[in-house]
Design a protein around this ligand. Structure first.
Ligand code: CU
Length: 152
């Protein structure tokens, strides 16, 4: 489990990474990894907000997503929802592997990002940058659209 607290160093670091990676229209790419259709479901009362996206590995080696962070979320974690006896439970995930040429979909009922402490930037209709961290040090920054509880 990896926990990152937002501080001024993290913000500065995130800003530098954002400059270093090309981000276009919510579709970001680095080292053969493509992030698309990223969005975050904002709930009322600043409840933890789940983030969804598709992660495609266009490279010829497996990659492993080990964490994420965003200036819009005090803490952003990797979670997985599972149906246990008809109840949805979520648990922390240390990493998510994507084989070469494969796509892993982060979607309701399965893998998702969890924005534990939504910050003021998480406004419906806004786009917020999310940095995905991969084993080996690769980082990919993608814009995630903030949508309402109905996914609109
Ligand atoms: Cu969760």
């Amino acid at each position: 489990m990896s926990i990152r607290y937002l501080n001024s160093n993290t913000l500065h670091f995130t800003a530098m990474i954002a400059l270093a990676v090309i981000v276009f229209g919510g579709h970001a790419q680095a080292a053969g990894v493509t992030v698309s259709n990223g969005w975050i479901r904002k709930l009322p009362a600043n409840l933890p907000a789940a983030g969804y996206f598709e992660l495609h590995n266009g490279g010829d080696k497996a990659v492993s997503l080990t964490g994420a962070n965003s200036p819009a979320c005090g803490m952003l974690m990797l979670h997985q929802s599972k149906d246990i006896g008809g109840m949805e439970h979520m648990s922390d995930v240390a990493s998510v592997d994507v084989a070469a040429g494969k796509t892993v979909t982060f979607a309701p009922g399965g893998y998702h990002l969890m924005c534990m402490h939504p910050g003021p930037a998480l406004q419906i209709g806004a786009k917020v940058p999310v940095t995905l961290n991969f084993r080996g040090g690769t980082k990919v920054v993608a814009d995630f659209a903030v949508r309402n509880a109905g996914g609109k």
